[in-house]
Design a protein around this ligand. Structure first.
Ligand SMILES: CC(C)(COP(=O)(O)OP(=O)(O)OC[C@H]1O[C@@H](n2cnc3c(N)ncnc32)[C@H](O)[C@@H]1OP(=O)(O)O)[C@@H](O)C(=O)NCCC(=O)NCCS
Length: 182
């Protein structure tokens, strides 16, 4: 969906713009997906699993922009993409219409500046405006930084999925399930 741009001041006093991700951001977003998944193991993808062509990515971003039930937000600092945050409906059955899922990731250079909190708080406002009643997410059990951020933004832990992830080194990792009623 389209939504109003929001400007925030970061902990280091720089300005950050939160705005819809546009089809013209496609190249930056492909790079972002590849690099952020190389910087942390806590995202679902490995870098070699980012296989979108520029055309694919443009099409996806255009579709999400027109989708009234999805939000694809990008954070821009000094004209550069710092990170991205999104919500999507869980599914197209009436019994689950009230729920959406959320994802967030920033380049490491932009961690701990307040961008994650600002993006999530804005997303919660937008999710409520769309009509969702609950936001769901899963986070790797070892990812304490993200869990601290989600708790700060009002998310509550509701369970654990055993061995939800198997990394390339053969190690298994649980996922913590969290939700926020909005
Ligand atoms: C998780 C992530 C989005 C957080 O974004 P961010 O912009 O750094 O978050 P903020 O700066 O808004 O807030 C982070 C908070 O966590 C705290 N924190 C940082 N490291 C922490 C740790 N190891 N344990 C507990 N709290 C921690 C910070 O002090 C800050 O709290 P404060 O504002 O009260 O001081 C970012 O680190 C990231 O992109 N990580 C990699 C991808 C990822 O893990 N995504 C989530 C997948 S579920």
């Amino acid at each position: 969906m389209r939504f109003d741009e929001r400007r925030i001041q970061l902990k280091d006093k720089r300005e950050c713009i939160l705005r819809p991700t546009m089809p013209d951001d496609a190249q930056d977003m492909i790079e972002y997906l590849k690099l952020t998944s190389a910087e942390t193991e806590y995202l679902l993808r490995y870098p070699d699993e980012v296989n979108y062509t520029l055309e694919d990515e443009k099409e996806i971003l255009a579709r999400l922009l027109d989708d009234e039930y999805s939000v694809m937000m990008v954070a821009v600092v000094d004209g550069k993409v710092a990170g991205n945050c999104s919500i999507n409906g869980i599914g197209n059955k009436r019994k689950i219409y009230h729920r959406c899922s959320m994802a967030v990731a920033l380049y490491k250079d932009y961690w701990d500046l307040g961008i994650g909190s600002a993006m999530i708080n804005y997303l919660c406002e937008l999710a409520a405006a769309i009509g969702y009643k609950q936001i769901d997410l899963e986070v790797v059990a070892e990812n304490k930084r993200a869990q601290a951020l989600y708790k700060k933004c009002g998310f509550i832990e509701s369970g654990k999925r055993h061995n939800a992830l198997r990394f390339d080194d053969g190690s298994y990792h649980d996922e913590i399930i969290m939700y926020k009623e909005i």
